[in-house]
Design a protein around this ligand. Structure first.
Ligand SMILES: [Fe+2]
Ligand SMILES: [Fe+2]
Length: 309
């Protein structure tokens, strides 16, 4: 058995915090709450459009909106593999620890609400944007690929995403007075973060639970699974950059030269990798969970993260 750090989080404390958060999708988007296309949807620290020299400021804003749309779809699709992971975990723990069962059921219910949230924002985007934007998928095919891997490998990928979501809001949106971002998108990131704060702690406990029954070889296999999922997502993110460039050309009504496409591709591939891969892989709390499982795995993930940052 692998030595696991003593859990810092309690199910009761998580349930208490979850009970303080209460919002509905209808409170955040729809009726008189619409996206403001005169403002950026994502902070520059996430979208990285302003350093693209071949685009005018208006075109950079359009690419920011396209990145906002892909953010909605990418989160929507990762939630589609997180939900079955959590539902399976609830079934495996049963009713012995009823606080744990209640907390994980809340986790699953919130993730299904988040899928609805991202879909409603995506519908508002589609209704207000001048042209259709391509996105990778379909989500089920991506979820099916991810869920072929071990539960611990998928739980590590989920833990990465939970901490990454918090980093996006806390480091780039909350207290951001430099940028005038669309209020609806800020509200989305804030409300998502509020519930992800509980999910990150629950997933930390899930990773510990799953690892307790595994030997070192099985833990190494789970780390391999996590890295395989990261590489798979990296390929998907590169495909998304190509779709974004096509969407940008259509929206701005001009064909980009090969040199312009190259510049956008280089900056945007690095941006997607930083936003969705290295920001989770290097989060201190994620790395602490990995270190508790395997020093070798920790070193391998840290080395891979440097290639994405
Ligand atoms: Fe979520
Ligand atoms: Fe979550």
């Amino acid at each position: 058995m692998t030595t696991i750090a003593i859990p810092k989080f309690s199910y009761q404390a998580i349930l208490n915090d979850a009970a303080k958060i209460s919002w509905r999708v209808e409170d955040l988007i729809g009726s008189n709450q619409q996206l403001d296309f005169t403002k950026p949807f994502l902070p520059e620290a996430i979208a990285h459009t302003q350093s693209i020299s071949c685009l005018t400021p208006d075109e950079q804003l359009t690419l920011n909106h396209i990145r906002g749309n892909s953010y909605l779809h990418l989160f929507g699709l990762v939630e589609e593999f997180i939900l079955p992971l959590v539902v399976d975990h609830v079934q495996s723990i049963g009713c012995g620890n009823i606080q744990a069962a209640q907390a994980y059921l809340g986790f699953a219910e919130e993730e299904s609400k988040h899928i609805h949230l991202f879909r409603q924002f995506a519908a508002a985007f589609e209704a207000g944007f001048r042209s259709h934007c391509g996105v990778i998928g379909p989500p089920k095919a991506i979820a099916d690929f991810v869920l072929q891997h071990s539960s611990l490998g998928v739980a590590l990928m989920t833990l990465h995403i939970e901490w990454m979501t918090q980093r996006h809001f806390l480091e780039s949106v909350r207290d951001n007075r430099r940028e005038q971002l669309d209020p609806q998108f800020c509200s989305l990131l804030k409300h998502h973060w509020q519930e992800e704060a509980q999910h990150a702690r629950l997933d930390t406990l899930m990773v510990q639970d799953l690892a307790e029954t595994l030997d070192a070889e099985a833990i190494d296999a789970a780390i391999n699974d996590y890295i395989a999922i990261i590489q798979y997502l990296n390929t998907g993110l590169k495909a998304q950059v190509q779709l974004d460039i096509a969407s940008l050309e259509q929206a701005i009504g001009r064909t980009l030269s090969a040199k312009e496409r190259d510049e956008i591709q280089q900056i945007q591939e690095r941006s997607y990798q930083k936003t969705f891969l290295s920001s989770g892989m290097t989060h201190p709390n994620f790395m602490q969970s990995v270190q508790a499982l395997s020093s070798n795995g920790h070193a391998r993930i840290a080395a891979l993260a440097t290639s994405f940052s």
